[in-house]
Write a protein that binds this ligand. Structure first.
Ligand SMILES: Cc1cc2nc3c(=O)[nH]c(=O)nc-3n(C[C@H](O)[C@H](O)[C@H](O)COP(=O)(O)O)c2cc1C
Length: 419
């Protein structure tokens, strides 16, 4: 891999193993935008939003999760890419997001059982096991997928990837992290199947490997395919760091172009913080795990979660702890942070902790995510992000969304759709 100069900095370009060049080391990690219209096509706000990130100097923008199955959407206004999508709306989004030499990859996802009750009566999962940690009150118990159902979802991932290439995305990322369907297959806690899809780690990773191979077969070798993987689920009995490392080794043999590491699930949402003090000092949450990945893999690596200062980002690159810096929340408040970082290496952004003062409420409303989604929606409307946005106002908007979910559920019952 040609990675110049010898000691990389944030502005150094990077050539992926398949020859695709990314102009710098800064990546906008996926953030669900909630900007889909009633048909789950991207609205014009999506173009506005991604144009701002492209103008802001990011090397690679990874879209918020795009659903592969319109009968399984994780959030009310998720975008879906399938045979029924308005491809011209996706083309306009891809064009805006890939301006200024920016790469724009589509993150493809299936939520499995991580769909709130208000959106779905009977979600699907590897096994008929409810989410725990109190979430069982808000998420229905899933139905175990049949063999045919599994094959159908693999084909849906491939269809979405093929269409992503057709409409002008420059790569795709498979979402295998954060407790969604692929992660549910990887987890021994959530996958208790006794067939070829469960049991041993080789069986539990079969779904991910099949999704990857199906996508690769339709997009070809020159089109970048990445995977976002959990370092661990941070759940007793869940997917562990040791198992995650074995998955990394297996993926390294399959021609994957990039690996992004994160961690946690809805049950244990460490992807947005709450880490040990030793990790906080280096800002990024998953650097210890990244060091272990480096011992077993040469895959181009993205570490996402916690980076806030140019100093910590540059140190991570120079220590070869990672090849790329993944940034999410900072870019929801400062879309031009990359330009600032590239001209001033010590630039940093400080994000204030969010709370209504009622921890249970914050958790149900996923305040750490929904507050930032509201910032993205402001940018989509050509408004500036608002760091002082009240948590209560954000909560109010989220409650309105829940009410809209309930209305949608009454009109379209996803449970009537059987695989
Ligand atoms: C509003 C919001 C939406 C998110 N949506 C996604 C998503 O669609 N897919 C995904 O892989 N991660 C998603 N994440 C997680 C981020 O990609 C990232 O892993 C996490 O925020 C930690 O990075 P940060 O500290 O730079 O924010 C989301 C985070 C936020 C704040």
């Amino acid at each position: 891999m040609d990675q110049s100069p010898a000691l990389p900095d944030l502005g150094s370009s990077f050539v992926l193993p398949n020859g695709v060049r990314l102009k710098n080391r800064l990546i906008k990690a996926a953030m669900s935008e909630q900007l889909g219209d009633r048909r789950h096509d991207p609205g014009s706000g999506m173009e506005n939003l991604y144009r701002q990130w492209a103008q802001g100097g990011i090397g690679l923008s990874i879209s918020g999760n795009i659903m592969v199955d319109r009968n399984a959407i994780g959030e009310l206004r998720n975008v879906v890419l399938d045979a029924h999508s308005d491809l011209n709306a996706f083309r306009r989004w891809a064009l805006a997001g890939s301006s200024h030499g920016t790469h724009l990859w589509a993150q493809l996802n299936h939520p499995g059982k991580q769909i709130i009750k208000l959106l779905c009566d009977e979600p699907v999962a590897p096994s008929a096991i409810s989410l725990g940690s109190g979430l069982e009150k808000h998420f229905n118990c899933p139905r175990a997928l049949t063999e045919d159902g599994i094959e159908k979802i693999i084909a849906q991932f491939a269809t979405s990837a093929r269409l992503a290439k057709v409409v002008g995305f420059t790569g795709v990322q498979i979402h295998a992290a954060h407790g969604y369907l692929i992660n549910q297959f990887l987890s021994p806690l959530h996958n208790q199947r006794s067939d070829q899809w469960g049991g041993s780690l080789a069986n539990r990773m079969r779904f991910l490997v099949r999704v990857y191979k199906a996508i690769r077969s339709v997009v070809g070798d020159a089109f970048p395919v990445g995977i976002k993987l959990n370092s661990a689920d941070f759940m007793r009995g869940g997917f562990t760091e040791e198992e995650s490392l074995q998955v990394v080794v297996a993926l390294g043999n399959l021609g994957l172009d990039q690996l992004e590491i994160s961690g946690g699930t809805y049950e244990s949402p460490v992807m947005v913080g709450n880490q040990a003090a030793s990790t906080r000092e280096r800002e990024a949450y998953f650097l210890n795990y990244a060091a272990r990945v480096r011992e077993v893999s040469t895959l181009p690596l993205v570490v996402t979660g916690g980076f806030r200062s140019g100093a910590a980002m540059t140190a991570a690159l120079r220590d070869a702890a990672t090849d790329f810096i993944g940034l999410a929340r900072p870019l929801a408040l400062e879309p031009d942070m990359p330009v600032k970082l590239l001209s001033e290496a010590t630039y940093r952004v400080d994000l204030r902790p969010l709370s209504t003062g009622f921890a249970a409420l914050d958790r149900i409303a996923t305040l750490d995510v929904s507050w930032y989604e509201h910032q993205l929606q402001r940018m989509a409307r050509h408004q500036l992000p608002k760091p002082g946005l009240s948590e209560w106002l954000s909560l109010g908007k989220t409650l309105l969304d829940f009410a809209a979910c309930a209305r949608k559920k009454r009109s379209t019952q996803c449970s009537t759709y059987k695989r």
